[in-house]
Write a protein that binds this ligand. Structure first.
Ligand code: AMP
Length: 192
């Protein structure tokens, strides 16, 4: 049973790789960004609260995000393990996830980080903006999201690295090779 996290800057292709990894490990990919976008689409109260932050590239407050994830992890499919995409993004969220897992007597297996140069990330997000019309894929919002990643999310990577469960791979290149490298890295970490 695998309990995994995929991390990396906006635009690195986390969502795509998460789908393939989740399929390989037979676990659900749980993306907090997708959960929020679902709420926005369905015009829920939570969606209304989150969209103001999302549209500006800001983080939705920790407690709001954590409550939403806690509920999602209660679904039966997460009993078999999960791949988190987009959470934790702050050091506070690391602690919240630790508590959620400890309450169920569970532990994290591995954290996979994808990397790519900033220039490539911006180009990919601008392309995605054209393809998918995401409101938060505009140039100024993209810069803000990259800045938040550096300031708030890099320390999350450092923390997992200190725990010895972080594996990092190059996220540039073709989709298939990245997926193969990601699977090998995660299996190596799980076996360690
Ligand atoms: P993503 O699809 O992962 O890029 O997430 C899209 C947006 O959802 C982010 O820019 C944030 O506004 C919000 N979001 C997703 N996950 C989190 C999180 N863990 N903490 C705070 N905000 C989040």
């Amino acid at each position: 049973m695998a309990r995994l996290i995929i991390m990396g800057p906006p635009g690195v292709g986390k969502g795509t790789q998460a789908e393939y990894l989740a399929r390989h490990f037979s676990i659900p990919a749980i993306s907090t960004g997708d959960l929020f976008r679902g709420h926005v689409r369905n015009k829920t109260e939570l969606g209304a609260e989150a969209s103001g932050y999302m549209d500006h590239g800001e983080f939705v407050p920790d407690h709001v995000t954590t409550d939403m994830l806690r509920q999602r992890l209660e679904d039966n499919d997460a009993d078999a393990g999960f791949l988190l995409d987009g959470y934790p993004r702050t050091v506070i969220q690391i602690g919240a996830l630790d508590e959620m897992l400890a309450a169920k007597g569970r532990a994290l297996g591995a954290v996979l980080a994808l990397t790519a140069p900033d220039g490539e990330l911006v180009a990919r997000m601008l392309r995605r903006a054209k393809e998918q019309g995401r409101a938060d894929d505009t140039e100024s919002v993209i810069q803000r999201r990259l800045e938040l990643y550096r300031d708030e999310t890099q320390p999350v990577l450092t923390a997992y690295s200190h725990r010895g469960i972080l594996v990092t791979i190059d996220g540039s290149g073709d989709r298939e090779s990245i997926t193969a490298a990601a699977i090998a890295a995660v299996e190596g970490a799980l076996a360690a």
